[in-house]
Write a protein that binds this ligand. Structure first.
Ligand SMILES: *Cc1c(COP(=O)(O)O)cnc(C)c1O
Length: 460
């Protein structure tokens, strides 16, 4: 083996660990040990590969070790500042929770709770009871339950209703919901057999009629939430499919994806389809996410016919997919807010951010712009009008006007600026457009402005 004489100059692990610079730090021994080993391994690899032709000083190595130890000690799952303007950003955790939902999580998590306890009777209770009456009251459904997420809601629904029998679905609705999860794969996992009807762009009622056999268990309708087919296209309206379902005694399941809980007119802008409307249009079961337009925790909500939902509640899968107490607490608190729609739109952060008007956003952007200019004199920083989308597969055809702060760096490139902002302890996630960095204020809270302005100054 050709030995590299430099390799013999690499300090021993113990030697480096004894450096005062390392000993003075608060890190746990196991963290320092891991950092030292990683740093020395990396140095060895670089020397062997010829990417480095001297062994750095012990001081230099100690600093590198401290940087690694710092990295190992920070939370991997941590807060970021969302400057993208996408309110329901799936990669950034979708909907932030309202204050009352946070309080409910805190209360449920920090002590014991009535999770499955009926304090009045002093006997065992049911965890579904916390949310079912509220969901029924708000949507007009007969029955309701919540599971881990909407994918789980579809799985539980289809495995209960279809169980080895056929699920009829339009080809135009076999959607991929992101990160290559496809609705058809979930359907197959349920044990039901998928029967695709129609063409990608058009499906007629007769396509459903012709596909019915004695094995048909469910008509499934999927809201194509992350895209829209435009031009020569058409699907069968829910009302018609529901009518056929009633005639042939086949339940209609509607996967709404991003469920708007309130009636259309309760929102400041036109939002559809809504959960109450889908039920009125005759869907037997409607499923939707808790952390999209609802603005609550991750959850999958199932509302509709009591007969169907009671069967789901008894399924062994219901236990496997059930919601944990923290999400349940956040969901109940969020649902309470919906009793007053005006309050819901103000206090649920996702709704407040989505419906913020352009005048307010422009004012907000001017505030951030001034803070950045104060910190970075001499730079070209200005407020610009932009368009944004809701994200999270919600309202795909809708764009919202927004205001952003645009920054043109000159000592570094705009790509470097974007990377540096991401590298902070609290990463700032921004967008690049036409060689400028854009900070969309619709998703930045005002109390984060100082942090953003300082971050930008440090990066520039
Ligand atoms: C988002 C979405 C899902 C998945 O919901 P999760 O809560 O993320 O599991 C399923 N179907 C549709 C139509 C969606 O938009």
């Amino acid at each position: 083996m050709p030995s590299n004489p430099l390799l013999r100059q690499i300090p021993k692990v113990d030697e480096l660990l004894r450096q005062p610079a390392l000993l003075q730090q608060q890190y746990h021994h196991s963290v320092l040990l891991q950092a030292v080993r990683a740093e020395l391994d990396s140095l060895r690899a670089k020397l062997i590969a010829g990417e480095c032709n001297e062994v750095p000083s012990t001081e230099c190595l100690s600093n590198a070790v401290l940087a690694r130890a710092n990295c190992l000690s920070t939370m991997s799952l941590r807060r970021v500042i969302n400057a993208t303007g996408i309110v329901l950003h799936t990669n950034l955790g979708r909907a932030p929770l309202s204050k009352s939902a946070l309080q409910a999580v805190y209360d449920a998590a920090s002590g014991y709770s009535t999770l499955e306890y009926d304090a009045e009777k002093g006997a065992r209770g049911n965890r579904g009871e916390h949310i079912e009456p509220l969901l029924c009251e708000l949507t007009g459904a007969q029955a309701a339950m919540a599971v881990n997420n909407n994918a789980a809601a579809i799985l539980l629904t289809l495995s209960t209703l279809a169980n080895n029998r056929e699920i009829i679905v339009s080809r135009g609705e076999l959607v991929e919901i992101g990160d290559s999860f496809r609705v058809p794969d979930i359907m197959e996992q349920s044990g039901g057999r998928l029967v695709e009807v129609g063409a990608t762009n058009k499906t007629h009622l007769r396509d459903y009629v012709n596909a019915i056999t004695d094995q048909t268990a469910v008509f499934l309708k999927v809201h194509t939430s992350n895209y829209k087919i435009i031009g020569f296209s058409g699907d069968v309206p829910l009302t018609e499919l529901a009518k056929l379902g009633k005639q042939r005694n086949i339940p209609v399941v509607y996967d709404l994806g991003s469920g708007a809980l309130l009636d259309e007119h309760a929102y400041p802008i036109s939002i559809e389809p809504t959960v109450p409307q889908a039920l009125r249009d005759g869907a037997d079961i409607v499923t939707f996410s808790g952390d999209k337009l609802l603005g609550g925790p991750q959850a999958g909500i199932i509302v509709g016919s009591a007969e169907c939902i009671n069967r789901m509640k008894r399924s062994p899968l219901a236990r496997a997919l059930r919601l944990d107490k923290l999400s349940l607490a956040a969901l109940e608190a969020t649902l309470h807010l919906y009793r007053d729609p005006v309050q819901a739109c103000k206090e649920i952060p996702a709704l407040r951010m989505l419906f913020a008007d352009i005048a307010t956003l422009t004012e907000k952007a001017q505030l951030l712009c001034q803070k950045i200019l104060d910190n970075c004199p001499g730079y070209t920083v200005e407020v610009v009008r932009q368009q944004r989308q809701a994200g999270g597969g919600s309202l795909p055809a809708q764009v919202f006007p927004t205001a952003a702060v645009a920054i043109a760096p000159y000592k570094i490139t705009v790509t470097q600026l974007e990377q540096k902002l991401r590298a902070f302890e609290t990463p700032i996630i921004a967008r690049i457009s036409e060689n400028r960095l854009l900070l969309d204020v619709s998703t930045i809270d005002e109390h984060e402005f100082d942090l953003v302005a300082q971050g930008v100054a440090n990066a520039l």
